[in-house]
Design a protein around this ligand. Structure first.
Ligand code: HEC
Ligand code: HEC
Length: 329
């Protein structure tokens, strides 16, 4: 009997060791980068700027930010030169939004356009490693070919900034599990149909990664069944904000909001600039990129509203700006 237990134990250890070796050695699913050289037309540069600064807030994760300015606004200088996320935010490791300016040594200066497109939509870095899916590539996978070309055309024109940063360091086992996240985009991705307001809104909501911030997390995972129902906590230094419930629930979500009220809420921040931004306080602390989203066209905001109305209403009361007992600096 003892012998049997021993052999079973040995087998288990071997199996676990094998699984571990498999995870360590596994490379992410990756296709060769496209051999495209993106032509920078004026139209693409403008569309790319809009996607980068407004809809997808690339700058929010890839630019230095000022914690003292409302919404931790990105600084006007150094756009795209990278951002190290502060400790204590509940990430499984040290998270760094890399320098994506065209600097030759510390940015994407040596990357081909195809490699940039692959990183953005498929989550594979130049060297073939899987990117941590906090970089919303699983949503950007739906980005149209023309939109990703526009983005690449735009980031190619960012002023190169020499800014060396450490690499993202994930804890075990997340560092191995993320190898399953990248997926090649194999077919052409057409532009979203703007005439279909709900579908177009869904596209924008994916590009803006609303679900990433507006879904409650538990042990680093979004809670199933609470998509868009808010309550995701963002502790930064001595401040804490929880995201809003943006499902159509009448009591705890935005069910009672008219389309006009929704648009007005965003447009209420339209004059916000780095210079006039209020000082961060617990009562106004947020990571919602109002600075960018408030610049969205009304057509786009109305489409987003139309899509959000189609979500299941989820009852989930959220205290967005809790009064904190902690002393504030
Ligand atoms: C929510 C935060 C977030 C947003 C929004 C975001 N990124 Fe990222 N991005 C990251 C992080 C973090 C990494 C690095 C992940 C890693 O190293 O595992 C990354 C990696 C990248 C890389 C690969 C760089 C390298 O050196 O491997 C590129 C290119 C990139 N992002 C471009 C973009 C663009 C363009 C946008 C906007 C369309 C964008 N990102 C939006 C967080 C973000
Ligand atoms: C980086 C995180 C983040 C992203 C991305 C984000 N939000 Fe938010 N959002 C928040 C937080 C935190 C709040 C609560 C504090 C505040 O109102 O600023 C909030 C508040 C809101 C509110 C106000 C609700 C109310 O009851 O006052 C609306 C509406 C909203 N978000 C919609 C969206 C939409 C639509 C998107 C995607 C296009 C989005 N958010 C993306 C973090 C985010």
């Amino acid at each position: 009997m003892k012998k049997l237990i021993l052999s079973v134990l040995c087998l288990l250890v071997l199996a676990a060791g094998g699984a571990y070796a498999f995870l360590v050695l596994k490379s992410p699913e990756a296709a060769a980068p496209a051999s495209v050289k993106v032509e920078a037309t004026a139209e693409r540069l403008e569309r790319g700027r809009y996607l980068f600064q407004v809809v997808a807030d690339c700058g929010g994760c890839h630019s230095p930010r000022n914690p003292e300015k409302f919404g931790m606004m990105p600084t006007p200088e150094g756009t795209g030169s990278g951002f190290v996320f502060p400790d204590g935010m509940g990430f499984p490791g040290k998270i760094v939004g890399p320098n994506i300016t065209p600097d030759l040594e510390t940015g994407l200066g040596q990357w081909s356009d195809g490699e940039k497109i692959r990183a953005i939509r498929e989550g594979v870095s130049k060297d073939g490693r899987a990117l941590f899916p906090f970089m919303p590539y699983q949503h950007f996978a739906a980005m149209s070919d023309e939109d990703v070309y526009s983005l690449v055309a735009y980031i190619n024109t960012l002023p190169p900034v020499k800014h060396a940063l450490p690499r993202t360091e994930l804890d075990f086992p997340v560092k191995y599990l993320i190898k399953f996240a990248p997926k090649p985009v194999t077919a052409k991705v057409g532009a979203p149909d703007r005439m279909d307001k709900v579908k177009y809104g869904e596209y924008l909501v994916r590009m803006g990664d609303c679900i990433g911030c507006h879904t409650q997390m538990e042990k680093g995972e979004p809670v199933k069944g609470l998509e868009y129902a808010g309550g995701h906590e963002f502790p930064v230094g001595s401040f804490l904000v929880r995201s809003a419930n943006i499902t159509p629930d009448e009591e705890t979500g935005i069910g009672k909001w008219s389309e006009e009220r929704f648009v007005a809420k965003f447009k209420g921040y339209a004059n916000l600039t780095y210079e006039n931004a209020p000082r961060t306080a617990q009562a106004n602390f947020t990571l919602m990129p109002w600075y960018g989203f408030s610049q969205m066209t009304e057509e786009d905001l109305r489409a987003i509203y139309a899509y959000l109305r189609t979500l299941p209403a989820i009852h989930n009361p959220v205290d967005m700006h809790p009064a904190l007992a902690m002393p504030q600096s």
